[in-house]
Design a protein around this ligand. Structure first.
Ligand SMILES: [Fe+2]
Ligand SMILES: [Fe+2]
Length: 348
């Protein structure tokens, strides 16, 4: 917005104040104006002939309007920006999701898809999307690293795969529009795009909740039961003795949620912890990846620790909150889908 012109009366006041006190800081204070505002008015008063010019040479400049917004406007804008950010951040602490379908539901959490990687089992991804669409009550979720998205010095790695960057985004669009998503995370590979992450725009075509790094959901069922799912691309912490160390540490020392799940490490792991306060069972899950053949893992000598590229969690909201089987975990999506179908039929 352009700065509005200054009224003649205000210029006169600025000139009078300067004549009265003889310096700008004092004059600004006497008019209760910020110094920068007063300085501008002083210059305009000089230009309007209300104050004598300070001649330091045989020429003077007509003052130019500032090319940027004033500091007052900038502060107002920054305040608005912070209020907006705070509202967003507070709301995403626990995102409420109202589950409209009655009875048990299942979530098929896809491990890191890396859709454009030659070592990725795209056939399994396609099959699991079909399974979701064919199973009532089963929803899709994605823990991040949807494509390789090589950027910067890693862009040379496109030479090692047969898909181009353009084809990778085509695959991403196919994947995102293939099922109904409960949540979709941006992994470190996706985050390399920075603020212009194309997945953010692709997911806008769907109802998918796309969040960078983490999504903590409160699934509110029709009977009032709230089941919390804390999904992160990666939880802090690593142990050679426990592949699910990150999510286990999160439920032990962080928020106690029914499900804490992460990807990124391309290995499977599972632990269950009882919260002594509420009595709920916290399921700490590490899900592997659809990138089955990985040169980097081979070079580094990583052991194969993948039980499955995905995991299915079946939730029965009819069971009490502290029932140890309110959430059941399946590594075979077909077994999970069958169990869900059986549970739903029994509940009907
Ligand atoms: Fe990752
Ligand atoms: Fe990954």
């Amino acid at each position: 917005m352009p700065t509005p012109p200054i009224h003649q009366r205000d210029l006169q006041k600025a000139a009078d104040a300067f004549k009265r006190v003889g310096n700008m800081a004092e004059a600004a204070r006497s008019l209760k104006l910020p110094e920068s505002t007063y300085k501008h008015r002083y210059k305009m008063a000089v230009a309007a002939g209300l104050l004598p010019e300070k001649k330091s040479a045989e020429f003077t400049f007509t003052p130019l309007p500032d090319e940027d917004v004033s500091v007052e406007d900038l502060i107002e804008h920054r305040k608005r920006q912070f209020r907006q950010k705070a509202a967003h951040e507070e709301a995403r602490r626990l995102i409420e999701v109202r589950v409209k379908i009655p009875g048990p539901i299942g979530i098929l959490h896809f491990g890191d898809p890396h859709l454009d990687d030659d070592g990725t089992d795209i056939e399994a991804i396609d099959r699991h999307c079909s399974l979701i669409n064919a199973t009532e009550g089963l929803f899709a979720a994605n823990v991040g690293d949807t494509t390789n998205n090589w950027v910067g010095r890693l862009a040379k790695l496109y030479a090692e795969q047969s898909t181009s960057a353009a084809q990778a985004w085509k695959l991403a669009e196919w994947f995102v529009t293939r099922c109904d998503w409960l949540y979709m995370l941006a992994g470190n590979h996706d985050a390399w795009s920075g603020a212009g992450d194309p997945l953010k725009w692709i997911t806008r075509q769907t109802q998918a909740l796309y969040q960078s790094s983490e999504a903590r959901l409160g699934l509110r069922f029709g009977n009032g039961r709230v089941v919390r799912v804390n999904a992160r691309h990666d939880f802090a912490g690593h142990s050679q003795y426990n592949p699910a160390h990150g999510p286990t540490k999160a439920v032990l020392f962080g928020v106690r949620d029914h499900i804490a799940i992460s990807g990124h490490r391309h290995k499977s792991g599972y632990g269950i912890i009882k919260d002594p306060d509420s009595g709920i069972a916290c399921h700490a899950i590490q899900v592997a990846s659809y990138k089955i053949y990985d040169r980097y893992a081979r070079d580094k000598g990583f052991r194969d620790q993948s039980l499955s590229p995905c995991v299915v969690t079946v939730i029965d909201p009819a069971l009490p909150d502290n029932h140890p089987d309110m959430v059941k975990v399946f590594w075979s999506p077909e077994e999970g889908a069958d169990f869900l179908t059986w549970k739903r039929q029994r509940a009907a």
